[in-house]
Structures are given as C-alpha cells and as structure tokens.
Design a protein around this ligand. Structure first.
Ligand SMILES: [Cu+2]
Length: 498
C-alpha cells in the first residue's frame, strides 16, 4: 500500500484520464496555455488502514498513481477533475483557497454534491502559495478521513530545504452517525453540564485572558459562579493519527543531519485540537493557514481544528531521532512522526504524554503579525456573530439560529471591508472558518492589532475575535464552526453578494 509518504515523493501526476460522466459544475474556462493538458484527477475512494493492529475502512482522496491530494505551484491554474468512486454523494471543499464560489465545494451552497459514479471539474488560478487541504463538506464524511493535503509551493520552498507534511486526524471505530446520535442524546459526553458559559471575568482568572482588552459586556451571560474550565473533547476517540499512523508504528522520515526542514502540519481532525511539540528542536513558525507571519520561534505551537502551521526546523548535526508530536488539548493522548537524522535508533514513543496538554489559548494568536496584512481601512459593514448553543441536546447555532436552507444569508456588498465580530457565548471553543476570502485577525477582546491572515481562527469560551476581509469574490459563501459535529448540528451560516 502506498503510504502518505508517497505524497512527499511524487510529483504532480500528469496522467491522461478518460472522463466518466463528466459533469462540469461550471463552464470550463479556456486554459491558459502554460498549463495545458489533462486535469489532475482526484478519486474519492474507500480504502483500508490499520489502527493499532485493527483494520478500518476509511475514505481517501487520491490521484490514480496513489498520491494523496495535490502538490502544485503558485501561478498555475487549479485544474482538477474529482471522480466520485464511493457509493454515496460527495463534494470536496478546497480549504483556504479563493475559487469562484460555484467551485467551493459546499453541498447546497456552492452546488449539488457529485453523485456516485459522477465527476466534477474545477479550474481557477492559484494566486497564492502555502499549506492548504481538501476535505468533504458532505455529511460526516470528513470524520472518515475524506481529506488530503493541498500544497501550493512558492518562494518559501527553498531548494536546500526538505518538505515534510504531517496530517493529523482523530479516529474512532464507531461510525460517525452513531457518534453524532450519542452526542445528541447526551451519551458519551464528558462530565460537564451544558450550563451557562463562563464569564469573561472567570476566563481571565483562569489565565485564558490576554489582558489589556476591553471586553464587550455579554448580556445573558452568567457572571461568576461557574467554573471557567472550558469543555473540550466532546468525542472520546480510539486513536489519533499522523499520516494515517499511530505512535505504535509511526512514520519515520529520513532527514539530513544539519539540514533544514519545512514542516507543514495540517490538522484534519473532525473535533480535536493539539499542541505540536518539537522536543529539542527549535521551530520557526513562518506561516499559519498558508499565509506568512512575522516568524515566531518556539518548541510548542497550538493548532486548532482545520488550521495549518508551517515551521522551519534546523536539524542538529549528528545522528538523532527527533519526534514531532501532537498532544491532544486537555489530555495526554498524543500522536506524531519521527524525523530520523542519520543512522540513529528510533525508540518507541508512548501514545500518552507524561503531562496533559493545556487547553488552547489565544496567546500565540495575539502575538502573530501578518507579513502581508490587509490595507488598513475602516469597516464598511460589521456583522456580530454570536456563537451560541449548548451541550444539552447538542444544539449549536449562530446568533441563536440553527442553520437550515431557509436561513437568509448575511448581507455584504462588493468592494466593502467587512468585519465579522465573533463572540463565543458557549462553554466550548469554536474554530471558525470563513470561506473564499483572505481574512485577517484584527482584534481580540477589544484590542486592535494587525494579526495573522488566515482562514480559521479559534474563539475560546467567553472571548471575542474579529475577522476582517475585503469583499472581492462575489457569491454565496459559507461561514461556520469547523468542529464537524457542531457544523452538523447547525453552527453554520452564509453570506452573499454579487
Ligand atoms: Cu463549534
């Protein structure tokens, strides 16, 4: 079986493929000459993996030569044909890219899903590089790993640097439909109440606050008297995977002693956030969600669901095995890979860490500065996005509205600077994902700053985070929590302009 390592080694496939039932979602655009030839084919398939010695059937997104996902080059066109080879409808979202809205891959918003046996064509320019990913936006398929890396190389990919991609995932032997049903019924959830959210004051006391920000008062929030411990990890998973594998049999990547590594970590988990632990290696964070930031040096970085981290690592001289671990927030469960420099022995790494990883905070987020921020500009339109709901009945919503097709899109007009003020009024953190635009974090708890340009930002309980973007890609777009079962329960909305 080809491992995901094949992805690292193989170049973009240029196979010629006979289309089955070509069903273009949009009229194919005239190709740009330089990138003529057949589109890259991505097949949605079922495949078998082994998780701690037990077989499991999951999904996969692969090229005909077995390559997972796509690695391409900035400036090229994204010319792709998706072939649905599973027995149910599916549709793939290009997470973090800015395609025309009909090609964004959200069923019922961008267009209909691809029926079994059908295919869909995509063709749009790649204007920026970085670490992205692709995943199904249909039902709960993402939990079964209908996802893959989407890497767009650019000037950051230096010849003297080895690229290593690590895709993190949470795994359960339970079918996702059963997981969701149990959440709905209140079974299998941690010992928590689903009661009122923590007050901002309590959050500050717990050390989750950044300080120095005027917190907007939150009407309806219980003040004090409630433990500030956020509710984490609704789902009890059987395993956490890094490139399909657990630490009982981790991927071991050969690296050069004294060499440079560009480590691209993608959190493709349905529900799980981690701290990435680099051990004795110094990491230089150079991009989040594909976009450059002023470099930050550390040995531990938080990664929420759907986020990506690009880190430069200087491998020490001499043989050594360097584990790159991801420890589940609030728990000791861990997964990871091993970078093996020279002929070093690789020791077995336990799948639990010695110490629990803390809950993710906004400490790093508040320090990140975009290398290329949006032009400073006053917002033309501000939408307040209250993140609402509770564990009781597992109901999640936006502004107390549970998503349905009848919910009107938020209004936006072309050319506007828009700000989404996200206020978390629940006891759970929500990683909020904005589709189709280059969004920038411009405020946390009332404090303005030119933060990271990114597509997914964590809003912890009781916190307020503002995303700004320029309305320069007209259409109907999704905006939602990226925790899969929150999204499924209705923490989802849209915005529209022409
Ligand atoms: Cu959520």
């Amino acid at each position: 079986m080809l491992s995901r390592r094949a992805f690292l080694l193989s170049a973009l496939a240029t196979s010629t493929v006979t289309p089955i039932l070509a069903r273009a979602q949009t009229a194919p655009q005239a190709s740009s000459g330089a990138n003529d030839g057949a589109p890259t084919v991505l097949r949605l398939e079922r495949r078998s993996i082994e998780v701690n010695g037990k077989p499991a059937t999951v999904f996969g997104i692969r090229q005909p030569d077995g390559t997972f996902g796509i690695r391409t080059q900035v400036g090229k066109r994204f010319r792709v044909r998706v072939e649905n080879r599973i027995d149910e409808p599916s549709l793939i979202h290009w997470h973090g890219l800015t395609p025309p809205w009909q090609q964004d891959g959200v069923p019922g918003v961008s267009g209909p899903p691809i029926p079994p046996g059908g295919s869909a064509d995509y063709d749009f320019p790649l204007r920026f590089g970085g670490t992205y990913w692709m995943h199904s936006h249909q039902g709960l398929q993402e939990q079964l790993m209908m996802s893959a890396p989407l890497i767009i190389r650019d000037a950051r990919d230096r010849a003297d640097q080895q690229e290593v991609v690590v895709m993190l995932a949470d795994f359960s032997f339970k079918p996702p439909e059963q997981i969701f049903e149990e959440l709905r019924k209140g079974g299998g959830m941690p010992s928590m109440s689903g009661a009122a959210p923590p007050s901002p004051a309590a959050a500050e006391m717990k050390g989750m606050g950044q300080g120095g920000g005027a917190m907007t008062p939150m009407p309806g929030m219980a003040m004090g008297g409630m433990a500030a411990k956020p509710d984490l990890n609704d789902v009890k998973y059987d395993a956490f995977l890094a490139n399909d594998r657990t630490l009982r049999d981790p991927e071991v990547v050969k690296v050069e002693p004294g060499g440079l590594v560009l480590l691209r970590v993608i959190n493709s988990s349905a529900m799980s956030a981690f701290h990435v632990e680099l051990g004795a290696l110094d990491g230089e964070l150079i991009a989040v969600d594909g976009f450059r930031v002023a470099p930050v040096k550390a040995r531990r970085f938080p990664i929420a669901v759907a986020q990506r981290l690009d880190m430069r690592l200087a491998i020490r001289r001499g043989p050594a095995a360097h584990p790159v671990l991801a420890v589940l927030e609030g728990e000791t469960s861990q997964t990871g890979i091993v970078l093996r420099a020279g002929e070093a022995p690789v020791a077995r790494i336990p799948d639990t860490a010695a110490m629990a990883s803390p809950a993710l905070t906004l400490d790093l987020e508040s320090r990140l500065r975009a290398a290329h921020p949006l032009k400073p500009r006053k917002a033309d339109r501000v939408h307040t996005i209250n993140l609402t709901g509770s564990m009781a009945g597992y109901g999640w919503s936006i502004n107390n509205v549970t998503w349905s097709k009848d919910v009107p899109p938020l209004p936006v007009a072309k050319g506007e600077r828009v700000e989404m003020v996200m206020v978390n009024r629940t006891p759970m953190p929500h990683p909020m994902h904005l589709h189709g635009h280059e969004a920038q974090v411009v405020e946390i708890d009332g404090k303005r700053f030119p933060g990271a340009v990114r597509d997914t930002v964590l809003v912890p309980p009781g916190r307020r985070v503002v995303f700004a973007f320029d309305a320069n890609n007209p259409g109907l777009w999704a905006f939602h929590c990226h925790l899969l079962y929150h999204l499924e329960a209705g923490m989802f909305t849209t915005f529209r302009y022409v």
